[in-house]
Design a protein around this ligand. Structure first.
Ligand code: SOE
Length: 395
């Protein structure tokens, strides 16, 4: 554990949005410098929300010095160095462009935007800002799960040989009940898409990053099982209990998404994202098969990476369950004694660590907006493919 030092130059943060992601990011801004050596000291300057009382409550609870309801004024403030965007997708574009124009570094939640056109504009603005020493990063947090970072290292070391197949699933079940109330996540004009962009985007980014290969084409299938939901109800966590007897509003996004893909290094992939996989709470499953070995990961057992070394003599072969809790595993040494394990929140802390270190070094943080634009292009291709029924073959 490192000792927080006030001799570091501050990095004054404004966070826009204070719900689930806002709470996760706040935890990261609070804890990063207490466990990792950072070149700048994060200062939780101001949190922004729409409702004054609720935002003040969030500031008090999450540890922000101030609350505001005016993001446009906040991104212009002299005493803000970085804008952290934790709002629904429909606002990412405007906030990011305004922040970059005002010379602020940006951390933007995924998916980067609600369309390729928006993402292109954001990426152009981020590219232009680099010359001014201003950096933008997209929050594909799962890159910072130690087991997935280790997976990327093993692929880069050539331990899997040539990658042949990628199998990726992001399974949740918080919408399986047809009377979960309607929220922004089910409104295309606010969220951009449903399971596809919300969680599918994570596994698209993770698999491209781990394999070092880019997706070049897809064939997609989207489904909305429950087309209307209660307008009123008690939201809790992601889901909640809706008024089953009252007014219903339309669900305009996909509940589940499936697609197959080709990667530029010759691999083929299958992808699935759903909020209807009853019993699966946050099952991010990634399996990669190469000519020399395989990797398998499930976030519901997030401290474990399964590795099959096909170069071993056959009498010794079998998946090795690597418990990714050793000091020489990515990020892990900064935390607890060996074997004690990490949780969901640590990925966000590692994200802050990598961002602040890149800013301190004057380097582009990863993933930048260009990487997020690449993901956006895949999302868009899946939607176009799913809408085009001409290649659907009846039986
Ligand atoms: C909801 O599906 C959600 O909160 C996503 O928006 C997050 O990106 C993911 O980390 C957890 O699930």
């Amino acid at each position: 554990m490192t000792t927080p030092t006030t001799s570091l130059a501050p990095l004054r943060v404004a966070m826009i949005g204070s719900a689930f992601m806002g709470a996760a990011h706040s935890h990261a801004w609070r804890s990063a410098h207490r466990f990792f050596d950072l070149p700048r000291l994060p200062v939780m300057q101001v949190v922004v929300g729409r409702n004054e009382a609720r935002t003040q409550q969030a500031a008090d609870q999450l540890g922000w010095a101030e609350a505001s309801t005016d993001w446009r004024a906040v991104v212009e403030r002299e005493d803000v160095d970085l804008v952290d965007i934790c709002t629904p997708g429909d606002t990412h574009h405007d906030i990011a462009l305004a922040a970059l124009a005002a010379g602020k570094h940006v951390l933007c939640e995924k998916p980067l935007a609600n369309s390729v056109a928006e993402a292109e504009e954001m990426t152009a603005a981020a590219d232009a800002a680099v010359a001014r020493g201003v950096y933008a990063m997209c929050g594909f947090t799962y890159r910072r799960v130690p087991a997935l970072s280790l997976a990327r290292e093993l692929v880069a070391e050539g331990r899997l040989g040539t990658i042949r197949q990628v199998r990726a699933q992001y399974l949740q079940d918080w919408l399986a009940d047809a009377d979960v109330p309607l929220t922004w996540r089910m409104d295309k004009s606010l969220a951009g898409s449903g399971a596809l962009g919300d969680t599918g985007a994570h596994v698209i980014d993770a698999t491209q990053w781990i394999t070092g290969q880019s997706i070049t084409g897809v064939s997609g299938l989207l489904e909305t099982f429950v087309t209307s939901r209660p307008v009123a109800g008690q939201a809790s966590g992601l889901g909640g209990v809706g008024d089953a007897t009252g007014e219903r509003g339309p669900v305009t996004v996909d509940d589940a998404a499936l697609f197959t893909a080709r990667f530029d290094g010759g691999a083929i992939g299958s992808f699935e994202a759903t909020r209807f996989a009853l019993g699966r709470k946050n099952a991010i499953r990634i399996e990669i098969n190469g000519t020399d070995g395989s990797l398998a990961f499930d976030f519901e057992d997030m401290n474990v990476l399964n590795f099959y070394d096909g170069t071993q003599p056959s009498r010794l072969q079998g998946f090795t369950r690597i418990y990714v809790t050793e000091p020489d595993h990515p990020y892990v040494g900064a935390w607890w004694p060996p074997g004690h394990g990490l949780g969901y929140e640590h990925g966000f802390t590692h994200q802050v660590v990598d961002l602040v270190r890149a800013i301190g070094a004057g380097e582009q943080p990863q993933p930048g907006f260009a990487d997020a634009l690449a993901v956006q292009r895949v999302l868009d291709a899946v939607e176009r493919s799913a809408a085009d029924r001409s290649t659907w073959t009846g039986v």
